[in-house]
Structure formats: C-alpha cells, structure tokens
Design a protein around this ligand. Structure first.
Ligand SMILES: Cc1cc2nc3c(=O)[nH]c(=O)nc-3n(C[C@H](O)[C@H](O)[C@H](O)COP(=O)(O)O)c2cc1C
Length: 332
C-alpha cells in the first residue's frame, strides 16, 4: 500500500476510530462510579442517583407505601461512606438533598410502622432526626398546578428554565403532531457543528409502539404510557472524520434541551429519557422503530399535557461555583 494511502487509513479511517474508542474506554473505566471504592466524587454521584430513586417514588400520583427498599439500602451505604470521606458533608448539596428526600419519606410514612421500622434499621437515629427536620426545598417531591403554565409564552428565558421540570405522569388528553410542530420548529434553531444538523426526530404517537419502546428502555417503569414519545437520533452520514464520532451526541443533546424548553414555552409537559442501552435492547429498539445503522440513539422525550396537579422530583442542583473552574482570571 502506498505510504500516503497507509497514513490516511491509520489517521483517517477505521483504525483511528478503534484507537479513539479504546482511549475513551480506558478513561471511562478508570473514572466511572461502578461502586463506592473509587473515591468521593463517585460516592457522591451514587448518593444522588439513589436520592433520585426515592424522589421518583415520592412523586408518583399513585403513591405506593413502603416503596424503594433497595434504593434505601444503597442510600444508607453511600451516605455512610460519604460522611466518612467528606468532613464538610453536612452542608453539601448531595447530602442535604438526600436528607430532605429521606425526611419526606418518613413524614409520608407516618402511621406505617413496618416501613418506618425498615428505614430505622438502615440509618443511624441521629441522621433520621435531622432528616425529619428538613424542609422540602432541597429534595423530595415538588407540586404545582398546571394553571401556572398558562402564560408560558410571555415568560422570560430565566422563568422558563427555572420552572421547567420533568413531568412523568400526564393528563389523558392525546397529543398530535400539529401540537408539537411549533416546538420542533423552534428547536431547529439549535446550533450544530458547521451547521451540518445531524439530529433526526421520530414522533411516536401510537400507544402500543410507545409502550413497547419504553418497556425496552427500562427507565420509565411504574408510569402510565405517555401520549407521545419523541426519539432523537444523530445521523453519522453528516460527519467527515473519526474525531467527529461523538459530535452527534453533543449536537443531539443541544437539540434535546432546545426542544425541552420550546415544549415548556408551548405549555406542553415533557421528560427526557435516556437511550443508554446494552446491545440487545438497542437492537430491539432499532428493529421496533426502524432506526438504520447510520443513526446513533441520543435520547427519548416523553411528552403529554400537564395534569391539573403536577407532582415531580425536586432534583436539587449544585451551584455554578461548585462546578466552574475559572482559568486565567486577571487580578487587580
Ligand atoms: C439525557 C437524560 C436522560 C434521562 N433519563 C431518564 C430516565 O430514563 N428516566 C427518568 O425518569 N428520568 C430521566 N431523566 C430525567 C432526569 O431525571 C431529570 O432531568 C433530572 O432529575 C433533573 O430534573 P428536571 O428535569 O425536573 O429539572 C433523564 C434526563 C436526561 C437529561
């Protein structure tokens, strides 16, 4: 093979993609929060994950007493490990959020001795006392009335962003493509790399297909089938070099956020849902929805109309200062 062709093959072809994937796999494998042995950040993330499981249980319309035995077990373990490793745990957002969720769990289970006994068997008494005295603003469930969404089209970006919440239980009203179109048109303003616009959108309105897709997805169990489901994918045919191979997720993610805010502006409720599927479920999804090989799955969005009274998770956030590193700040 001529030298130039060989170099092109190495740097611009399949071998280059494989090497990039191996580098990514190595870095991911070193970092990800597989268990509590890796470090504080990983423990913190696991704690937030289990807190979120409790928040989801607390925000179900049909509340199930005694829910969440496994997440409570894991939460107890991670809180214990977290407090041992972080001397400043008491004021940290993940800890206060976990306590607030636990506090609501205790309050909602008043009079349910068996469930309370279970919680008391997992957590130290002092921690549960603190949990009981928390307010609901930092964790647990959140309620609002759908009438608060009536004037969303006149609201500022800040108001839309602050008051958008993932809604997982919708009213019985159907959703039509015509109702979604204005939000989809707005999301078309999403920037993308060199304006190549890789995002593709499937709007699924058939109840049977939605149930099948969500049964495979697995992260929406326990909720009624939403009236509509949107799937965002990214078309790899728009990319030109191996180093662009993840760009579809970036562009698709940006499109997803635009669409979520556009739906909110239109007074339509939504919840982003992951497409982090193992090989078998991914194949089943591709077959069910006829997704060709050249497209990557980016995310689903469950869509419906707001029920008159909405309940969702607080999903408390870090402050910007917690995640920002300023590089090269000038000093006076
Ligand atoms: C890419 C992505 C995937 C998500 N996947 C799921 C999911 O599978 N199931 C679910 O109930 N929520 C899912 N969520 C919703 C998050 O739990 C939610 O966005 C987060 O807790 C923040 O809450 P908020 O959207 O109400 O602000 C997902 C969110 C994103 C952005």
């Amino acid at each position: 093979m001529p030298v130039v062709a060989f170099a092109k093959c190495i740097f611009n072809g399949y071998p280059s993609l494989i090497m990039a994937s191996l580098r990514e796999a190595r870095r991911f494998n070193k970092a990800y929060a597989k268990d509590t042995s890796k470090g504080l950040k990983q423990i913190e993330s696991r704690m937030m994950y289990f807190t979120h499981q409790i928040e989801k249980g607390l925000s179900h319309q049909n509340f199930r007493y005694g829910f969440g035995k496994r997440p409570l077990q894991y939460l107890a373990k991670t809180i214990h490990a977290y407090c041992q490793l972080n001397p400043e745990y008491a004021d940290s957002m993940p800890y206060t959020s976990a306590l607030a969720a636990l506090g609501e769990y205790l309050r909602r289970h008043e009079g349910h001795g068996e469930s309370l006994a279970y919680v008391h068997s997992l957590f130290p008494a002092g921690l549960l006392e603190r949990a009981e005295s928390t307010s609901g603003s930092e964790g647990g469930s959140l309620q609002f009335d759908s009438s608060s969404k009536r004037h969303n089209q006149t609201r500022t970006y800040r108001e839309l962003a602050e008051e958008r919440h993932s809604i997982r239980e919708f009213s019985d009203e159907t959703v039509t493509y015509e109702q979604l179109k204005p939000a989809l048109e707005m999301a078309m303003r999403t920037p993308s790399v060199c304006n190549r616009q890789p995002t593709r959108v499937r709007v699924i309105l058939d109840n049977n297909t939605i149930s099948k897709a969500l049964a495979i997805q697995g992260g929406f169990r326990g909720y009624p089938t939403p009236p509509a489901l949107i799937l965002l994918t990214s078309d790899n045919r728009v990319f030109m070099a191996p180093q662009e191979h993840n760009e579809g997720y970036t562009d698709g993610g940006l499109f997803g956020m635009s669409l979520l805010l556009a739906l909110e502006e239109q007074g339509i409720a939504a919840c982003p849902l992951n497409t982090m599927l193992r090989n078998g479920p991914e194949h089943a999804t591709r077959r069910l929805l006829s997704i060709p090989d050249n497209e990557n799955l980016v995310m689903y969005i469950a869509v419906g109309h707001f029920p008159s009274e909405c309940t969702t998770c607080v999903s408390h956030r870090f402050h910007a200062d917690d995640i920002v590193t300023v590089v090269g700040e000038t000093k006076d």
